[in-house]
Design a binder for this molecule. Structure first.
Ligand code: HPA
Length: 272
């Protein structure tokens, strides 16, 4: 079955749960699942129950799609996403984004955990993503183009909406939250970068590096969705020789930054 038809079948299955008519979608990154606690949940659907959704590689960690509201606005949230490094195809990684679009989502909020390489970045900082560099991340639009999603040569001149970025900055000032901003460097992972790679990433003009987001943002821009994305800086790439990064450190840092992150997303959603 064609990808377009699979997206339509998944959409048809989910549409009855979208009674509130959400136009806002949220993708929650590693360690940022507690945002879910802020959602007034109407319905949760495990991914494995949704037709054509990718099947989880880790049993019991399949993730779920949540229909609910936050700050009084109906949203659809993905608690758990599909990463390319887990062995999903680029097309599988972006499948839920396409389904959200056909469910009526126009504003897409994406979060992730990332390594910081920007000057002065600290663990626990939040970084608004202003642009990205897709580096060795397989483009999800490779292959025959599906015109019903978007054009062959998708425009990527404003992958992250400037108006949403400006609003987020205003909110951060009002709430007394320090925000970094910069370019996200998308890699496949699953290894963390070598010291030489972190240096290269900085030299190439990026401020943070991570293993998700880029493919989702490409698919969203293909479909003319309005994207806002933010990284939680969970480790610093350019650091002392004896300092190593572990996944536990990443999760811990993400947890600690979570209240700030939640405030920005919630208040930004409130303005829509
Ligand atoms: N590199 C790549 N991905 C990451 C990192 C990192 O340092 N931290 C969290 N995700």
């Amino acid at each position: 079955m064609k990808i377009y038809d699979r997206v339509q079948e998944a959409t048809a299955f989910l549409q009855p749960y979208n009674t509130a008519g959400a136009t806002i979608g949220v993708v929650l990154g590693s360690g940022l699942g507690n945002f879910v606690g802020e959602i007034e949940v109407a319905k949760e659907i495990p991914y494995e129950e949704i037709p054509h959704f990718p099947v989880s590689t880790v049993e019991g960690h399949g993730g779920k799609l949540i229909f609910g509201s936050i700050a009084g606005k109906p949203i659809i949230a993905m608690a758990g996403r599909f990463h390319f490094y887990e062995g999903y195809s680029a097309e599988e990684v972006v499948f839920p984004i396409r389904v959200m679009k056909f469910l009526g989502v126009q504003n897409l909020f994406i979060s992730n955990a990332a390594g910081g390489v920007g000057a002065g970045f600290k663990v626990g900082d939040l970084m608004i993503i202003t642009d990205h560099i897709s580096f060795a991340a397989k483009n999800p639009l490779l292959g025959k183009n599906e015109e019903r999603f978007g054009p062959r040569f998708a425009d990527m001149s404003e992958p992250y909406r400037k108006d949403l970025i400006a609003k987020a900055k205003t909110i951060a000032t009002q709430e007394g939250i320090k925000l970094q901003e910069g370019v996200y460097f998308g890699v496949t992972g699953p290894t963390f970068e070598t010291r030489a790679e972190y240096k290269m990433i900085q030299l190439l003009g990026a401020h943070a590096v991570g293993m998700s987001t880029v493919q989702e943002v490409i698919a969203a821009n293909h479909m003319k969705m309005d994207v806002f994305a933010m990284s939680v800086i969970t480790d610093i790439g350019i650091r002392d020789e004896d300092d190593i990064i572990t996944h536990d450190d990443v999760l811990k840092a993400a947890k600690e930054a979570e209240p700030k992150f939640t405030t920005i997303f919630r208040e930004l959603i409130r303005t829509l």
